[in-house]
Design a protein around this ligand. Sequence first.
Ligand code: BGC
Ligand code: ZN
Length: 371
Amino acid sequence: MKAIAVFPGEKAVRLIDHAEPKITAPNQVKLRMIEVGICGTDRDITSFQYGFPPEGFDYLVLGHESLGEVVETGAGVKSVKPGDLVVTTVRRPCAHDWCVPCGAGRQDFCASGDYTERGIKQRHGFMTEFVVDEERYLNPVPRELRDHAVLTEPLTIAEKSLLQLWKIQERLPWGCPHTEAEGPGHCHKAVVLGAGPVGLLGAMALRVAGFDVWVYSRTHSHENKDAILDMIGATFIAAETNTVEQMAQQVGSIDVVYEAVGASSLAFDVLKQLGTNAVFIFTGVPGLHAPIPVDADRIMRDMVLKNQIAVGSVNAPPESFAAAIRDLTEFQKRWPDALSKLITGRFPIDQAVDPLTKDVGGIKNIITIAS
Ligand code: BGC
Ligand code: ZN
């Protein structure tokens, strides 16, 4: 069957013929892949900075943002049946008995670092015609979400972050007494750094959670971004014409920062502007460049005197996939066009190499495999 693979040794990315997987255990499910999204992690892999083939292979099949349809189930499978749409989780647990998070199904917090990830680290991904996986890694998706469900996985990054935020803020009374009906975040101000897919999906999730949202970003070249931010009621602040200080002045006291760019100098400049009792959530993975000057006294002083927390968040557990599917349903209801505008390009699998290796523009590009 067709698959898109990266060969790190050869520094090549190409369409290959890959053996079709078969169900070999009662808890397994076979999927026909419908669509697979491309993200920054894929770009890092196709520029050979990241990504690890499975043992015994000189290539890695790409793709971790997926939508598939169940075509066959093992004898013991109960939660899905042929015809169901599913999105598959990305990370698989490590094999160490002592890793408590992996043992508890929370490999998103794997303590050993020996986890694997489909399409990223030592397991083939989803940019191929058929995939077999265990039932417990599948998240059923309603048919109505067919056109946008490929956005589930990138949205889980925001959903896990929100989960962390609610848990962290249990440390203090953080409710909004006058407006409880409007959701848990209402009366709080969130700044999203970055207007790529992770940033925009995060902005939508923060809006649904009741936050006032500002998106601070440079790359504001694509007109769809304006339309999306308009629809969801978020305010754009252009980084080209507004310094971080000016941005902070416009927003007022910042309660939450959702970082989705992976640029450390920007992140630490914004960290300096964080408000009282606020939380800064890092989700971007920067390249390892030379050290930069940071206003460490100011930051440390404020972190103590203002009870601030900075937290990193990676990957996502099944509950965040469920939250993403709920939120996508809500986004579709509230802003029917915003999700469609986020998906700016669809490429057949035979033409997948270009959007994976060249700058083809747009916000979220998708590889279509089956209809
Ligand atoms: C994926 C995560 C993954 C992370 C690090 C991201 O692009 O969405 O599932 O854990 O990369 O590999
Ligand atoms: Zn991704």
